[in-house]
Design a protein around this ligand. Structure first.
Ligand SMILES: NC(=O)c1ccc[n+]([C@@H]2O[C@H](COP(=O)([O-])OP(=O)(O)OC[C@H]3O[C@@H](n4cnc5c(N)ncnc54)[C@H](OP(=O)(O)O)[C@@H]3O)[C@@H](O)[C@H]2O)c1
Length: 256
């Protein structure tokens, strides 16, 4: 049976670890050729590429520091070069804006530097990565952002991060309208707490119990729980869904 993303090409930012890795593996398992982007961890990205290849998929790694002003230009210079070599063109189908940072800094301790870095990686980079993608995406393409449940219920320990995820939920609506005439859909997934390096605090059993108490579903979310939602949003099954934020949080904070 043909795999759902056979013949498609995907770029996953921050594919070297955590949620991005699980997304890269899911899209590759579905048949896409996947560009696994990394910031600092080239060897982790190469390990993801090797895991995908071993499982019978196709992938390659591309590096770029998305905190840097020219980060998105660097990303597409590497991506275009790799795609040209493999396909003879720079067209692709699916962009997943996943890379992000979440420094644990309270409201009182937040500095301009902290705000600037979060803004650069979590807002500016996905904005311009999407602008560049729009020039290259084939019709019926997909852009998926990774937002966060903290837009609905902010976490005071990450005050700036919470505030700076909100623009993503706004942007999916604009881009959904702008790209809709080309049948390109634009959506976001808003995870609750997911066990990755970013939310490593849940590896503490007491913290894990506190998180589970706030969720309808009584386990700690895993990267695959998000990757499977992205898999749907990247597929043709989601063709009539655009401009939406899908919360995937095990039913966090559903009631007062
Ligand atoms: N984990 C959660 O509980 C949770 C909840 C809601 C939303 N999210 C969102 O999910 C996304 C992925 O989070 P995660 O938990 O998987 O985080 P993670 O394990 O810390 O991984 C972060 C990824 O982003 C990349 N990255 C970070 N800074 C970068 C930079 N300056 N330039 C380029 N790449 C950079 C990292 O690449 P390198 O390692 O190669 O530098 C890594 O691949 C983020 O957008 C996050 O806000 C996470």
């Amino acid at each position: 049976m043909a795999r759902p993303l056979e013949g498609k090409i995907a770029l996953v930012t921050g594919g070297s670890r955590g949620i991005g890795r699980a997304i890269a593996e899911r899209l590759a398992a579905d048949g896409a050729l996947v560009a696994v982007h990394y910031g600092k961890n080239k060897s982790s990205a190469e390990e993801v590429v090797s895991a995908i290849t071993t499982a019978g998929g196709n992938a390659f790694a591309v590096g770029a520091d998305l905190a840097a002003k020219d980060g998105v230009r660097t990303l597409y210079a590497a991506f275009d070069k790799e795609l040209q070599a493999r396909t003879g063109a720079t067209k692709f189908d699916i962009l997943v804006n996943n890379a992000g940072i979440a420094p644990f800094v309270s409201f009182a301790e937040t500095t301009e530097e902290v705000i600037d870095e979060i803004y650069a990686v979590n807002v500016r980079a996905p904005f311009f990565a999407s602008q560049e993608a729009a020039k290259r995406l084939r019709d019926d393409g997909r852009i998926v952002f990774i937002s966060s449940g903290v837009v609905r219920t902010p976490l005071p320990d990450v005050a700036a991060y919470s505030a700076l995820k909100a623009p993503i939920d706004n942007l999916v609506k604009t881009l959904g309208v702008v790209l809709g005439p080309r049948a390109i859909t634009v959506n976001a997934v808003a995870p609750g707490v997911i066990e990755t390096d970013m939310a490593s605090f849940v590896r503490d059993p007491n913290a894990a119990e506190g998180i589970k108490a706030k969720q309808a579903l009584k386990r700690i979310g895993q990267a695959k729980d998000i990757a499977d939602v992205v898999g749907f949003l990247a597929s043709s099954d989601s063709r009539w869904v655009t401009g939406q934020v899908v919360e995937a949080s095990g039913g966090s904070a559903l009631t007062f």
